[in-house]
Design a protein around this ligand. Structure first.
Ligand SMILES: Nc1ncnc2c1ncn2[C@@H]1O[C@H](COP(=O)(O)OP(=O)(O)O)[C@@H](O)[C@H]1O
Ligand SMILES: [Mg+2]
Length: 409
């Protein structure tokens, strides 16, 4: 593959990085795209596997047909067969009409089976059959149906373990693995780590309307030495935290050390107890970090649920006529999904609102105390207090009102 061609693809799909293993993965994806083979993408969580199936589909003769992305790990065992292979009316409680399932709906197109290692054994048997000869039987049906679907599957590296423990069929593994693409872990990507940091720093600067953070040379080295257990997803989240919480824009190793977990064995909650110097500053930062991570988990789940919901509606609602492809299926072209709320809204609205699920964490009390203390430290200066808390004046004002702290000003 010519370098310019690869460059084009990276630009089109917002893929940042230039390490050999990444280039190789993209190269194989593009080469195999026109040939109707099953592709298995292997890589740790957060390495950026999701983009490859889309790339394969878009560069295959199936590009004008349907593409569905299904997270096999997110669908309950009781319904997965019916979602993948459809069902007939009355085949189980709640089956009020026929459904053609993803394999029916994606006829002539591509299915991305993410976390394929999570499929129950019974579903694995059905999947093997449909891959072997295009045949499947919807739940509760008696007649065999035919479909022509290309499957691209993804799994984390644990699939070998699942095979050795008898939780994943070896024959299915070989059938899915006609071509294998390995996505490298971030720690092996050298300079790419810095390039990705730069991309995310730019995105965060835009999102929060602030100057972007830049790395000192020593900080770059530190990022390249770190193990990145959560890979690119973790780098993105740490860049977001740094962008919002650091008062300095030039990031030194000392600043980085506050945001990168020092001991990967311990969770972040555990760090609170381990923290020797238990100052308010540190505690606030750690709490913010936890809130951040909770927020991004919740947002991920929400996104996944809404994609799933749309896909289910599409699959159930269409019968056998082809339906327009919901935009949610096309969306993954943009690897960076915009999160609608701003940081301040996320922290203020999603996490501190007492009626929310996180009420039990007592974040509301904590938030009130944090506000009072920040005001105290800044002699009642609201602008400075807001700055210190990393929230906007507007949010600070809203919070003061909510806690009845605005009266005496
Ligand atoms: N090369 C890349 N350039 C820019 N962003 C990337 C790249 N690879 C992954 N990302 C981002 O990293 C995050 C994790 O990627 P994802 O594909 O969901 O990982 P996986 O499916 O392997 O767990 C996503 O936010 C994605 O947009
Ligand atoms: Mg994924």
């Amino acid at each position: 593959m010519k370098t310019s061609e690869l460059q084009n693809i990276k630009q089109r799909y917002n893929i940042v990085g230039n390490c050999e293993a990444l280039n190789n993965a993209l190269d194989v994806a593009l080469k195999v795209a026109p040939i109707d083979l099953s592709v298995l993408i292997i890589g740790e969580s957060g390495v950026g596997k999701d983009i490859l199936p889309r790339l394969v589909h878009d560069n295959s003769p199936r590009r004008r047909e349907k593409y569905f992305a299904i997270n096999c790990g997110a669908i309950p065992e009781g319904t997965i067969d019916s979602e993948l292979f459809g069902h007939v009316k009355g085949s189980f409680t709640g089956a009020i009409g026929d459904s053609q399932g993803y394999f029916g709906a994606a006829n002539k197109g591509t299915l991305f089976l993410d976390e394929v290692g999570e499929l129950p054994m019974a579903t694995q048997a059905r999947l093997l059959r449909v891959l072997e000869n295009g045949e499947y039987i919807p739940v509760g049906a008696t007649e065999v149906r035919k479909t022509d679907v290309r499957v691209v599957a993804a799994t984390n590296v644990n699939i070998q373990k699942a095979i050795s423990e008898g939780r994943f069929r070896e024959d299915l593994y070989y059938r899915l693995n006609q071509v294998q693409i390995q996505m490298p872990p971030l720690r092996e990507r050298g300079e790419d780590i810095v390039l990705l940091f730069r991309l995310f720093a730019m995105q965060m600067a835009e999102k929060y309307r602030m100057d972007k953070v830049v790395l000192s040379d020593e900080a770059k080295q530190m990022l390249m030495r770190y193990k990145w257990p959560g890979n690119i997803r973790q780098l993105k989240s740490i860049t977001e935290q740094l962008s919002v919480l650091s008062t300095e824009r030039l990031i030194t190793p000392e600043i980085l050390a506050r945001f990168i977990p020092q001991n990967q064995e311990t969770t972040q909650l555990a760090t609170i107890h381990n923290e020797g110097d238990h100052t308010f500053e540190n505690e606030r930062e750690i709490l913010y970090k936890i809130l951040f991570e909770l927020r991004s988990n919740v947002n991920d789940m929400r996104r996944e649920m809404s994609t799933l919901k749309k896909q289910i509606e599409d699959v159930q609602g269409t019968g056998h006529q082809s339906a327009p492809l919901p935009t949610s299926q096309l969306a993954p072209i943009q690897p960076i999904q915009p999160i609608n709320s701003t940081m301040e809204d996320a922290v203020a609205e999603e996490y501190i609102e007492p009626e929310h699920e996180l009420e039990n964490l007592n974040v509301s009390d904590w938030s009130r105390q944090a506000l009072e203390k920040a005001l105290e430290r800044n002699a009642g200066n609201r602008k400075k207090a807001a700055q210190e808390l990393g929230i906007s004046d507007r949010t600070l004002y809203r919070r003061l009102k909510q806690y009845g702290l605005d009266k005496d000003k």
